[in-house]
Write a protein that binds this ligand. Structure first.
Ligand code: HEM
Length: 431
């Protein structure tokens, strides 16, 4: 990441694709990468066509993903056949409450995020600073508790196994699968489902009806590693808020009022737009497809490179600035494609849950603290970089005495007691 930041890798990639569009128009364009050909999508219409056409004729279970993810979730949704995908997707959506901005476990999930944020803040008060190691460790505690239950808070062995398997996954077919570690890891997950702790996703997995071929516990590795992506995004969002005190105050002002924290969510979505954690959305064609520029055979690899659209300054005025307002209204298919969570039938089913979890944690961090970014690749005097290494970011925090916020005044005027005073009104409890 440090090297990618130094050479501003994503800006270079976007520049290259802009050159292709100037030369070849709307595309798509086939380019040769070492060892294979990839067809790059260059127009918004084609983004929608590809993502809406999942899983046929554009399959999400691409060769790369099958090779990488089989190391730890051979029966996972993302690499399933179209027939398996239908019932595995239904199962994932049922547990993750995909359609609901506030998950039914928002009560326990919010409590976990707040507790871990408080523990993190206690460390910040002791050391006077926040760095990646502390933030990343706190986030993994949240993830283990939310996904697996209280008993998993310190189960570092499980996440260490996942890390080992992911490392092998990064080498795809070049690294042999470690069956021993995979079985140990998946066996441990199955055990958490047996325990089925109420208030955790494991509890919901245990109680949600599943098709015989769904293999419920094998849907969970994706949840664990995908939650990890949000640690980068949330930490970068803290940096954005530290650099934009007006936005930080707006995020703070909504705290006692809104269960779904829309401004904080918008800040997280901005972090993901500016620095997508899944920059390359890949599809393999399942049949021949016809385009204005020619015909693609079945088995072609198609790439939607999210930063190319997210950072297109020729089409998006906000391309290189922090603009939470982009996310404060419902986005439609006619809008410019912003796809940090993909779109269409393969869109991330954990989107709302992960945004909720991270916005509660972030909200707690900014509630009574002002933050200063003291190290990292952002500076007020420079435009936002194309690549931002989260691991180098370091902060100092200043606690201020709680003052009556505008939001608290509004709440009082409405006779609304505020979130904490009333045991989180609007926050559903487990069960
Ligand atoms: C910052 C956090 C996250 C981001 C940016 C993100 C983004 C994405 C993207 C772009 C995809 C589509 C991948 C593709 O088509 O190749 C995806 C799929 C998926 N995500 Fe997430 N995700 C996040 C967190 C989560 C979480 C926390 C969960 C579960 C708790 C989750 C569950 C899934 C699943 C199950 C799929 C596969 C969907 C399918 O194939 O139909 N994600 N995610």
């Amino acid at each position: 990441m440090a090297l990618a930041e130094r050479i501003d890798a994503d800006t270079r990639a976007v520049r290259h694709l802009t050159g292709l569009r100037e030369r070849y128009g709307a595309g798509p364009v086939r380019i040769r990468l070492p060892g294979r050909q990839v067809t790059v999508v260059l127009s918004p219409d084609h983004v929608h066509r590809v993502l809406d056409g999942t899983p046929r004729p554009f399959s999400a279970a691409t060769r790369e993903k099958r090779a990488a993810l089989a190391h730890f979730q051979p029966e996972g949704l993302l690499i399933s056949s179209p027939a398996e995908r239908a019932h595995r997707r239904t199962f994932n959506e049922a547990v993750l409450d995909t359609g609901s901005p506030v998950h039914r476990l928002a009560g326990p999930v919010g409590a976990v995020a707040e507790e871990e944020a408080d523990a993190l803040l206690a460390g910040v008060h002791r050391t006077g600073r926040l760095d990646w190691d502390a933030f990343g460790a706190a986030w993994w505690r949240v993830v283990r508790r939310v996904v697996l239950g209280e008993g998993a808070r310190e189960d570092h062995a499980l996440t260490d196994d996942l890390r080992r398997l992911r490392r092998r996954g990064n080498f795809s077919l070049l690294a042999p699968t470690s069956r021993r570690v995979r079985e140990r890891f998946l066996g441990r997950l199955a055990r958490y489902v047996e325990i089925g702790e109420p208030g955790s996703l494991a509890g919901l997995v245990a109680s949600t009806p599943a098709h015989p071929d769904t293999v419920p516990h094998q849907q969970m590795p994706q949840w664990l590693f995908a939650f990890d992506a949000m640690s980068w995004a949330a930490y970068r969002a803290l940096a954005l808020l530290a650099m934009h005190p007006g936005d930080l105050r707006r995020a703070r002002a909504e705290l006692p009022l809104s269960p779904d924290l829309p401004y904080t969510r918008a800040a997280l979505l901005e972090s993901l737009r500016l620095w997508p954690t899944t920059p390359a959305i890949l599809r393999d064609t399942t049949e021949e497809t016809t385009w204005e520029s020619g015909t693609l055979p079945a088995g072609a690899s198609v790439l939607v490179f999210a930063p190319f659209f997210h950072r297109d300054a020729t089409r998006l005025d906000e391309a290189h600035r922090f603009a939470p307002e982009l996310w404060l209204r419902e986005r439609t298919a006619d809008d410019w494609p912003l796809v940090p969570f993909s779109a269409g039938p393969g869109m991330c089913p954990g989107r709302n849950l992960v945004l909720l979890t991270a916005s509660v944690l972030l909200g707690r961090l900014v509630e009574q603290h002002d933050w200063e970014l003291v190290r990292g690749g952002l500076a007020r005097s420079r435009p936002l970089p194309g690549t931002l290494d989260p691991f180098r970011l370091r902060f100092c925090a200043r606690r201020f005495a709680p003052v009556r916020s505008v939001a608290a005044d509004v709440a009082a005027a409405d006779g609304h007691p505020g979130r904490r005073a009333a045991g989180r009104p609007g926050w559903p409890t487990a069960g």
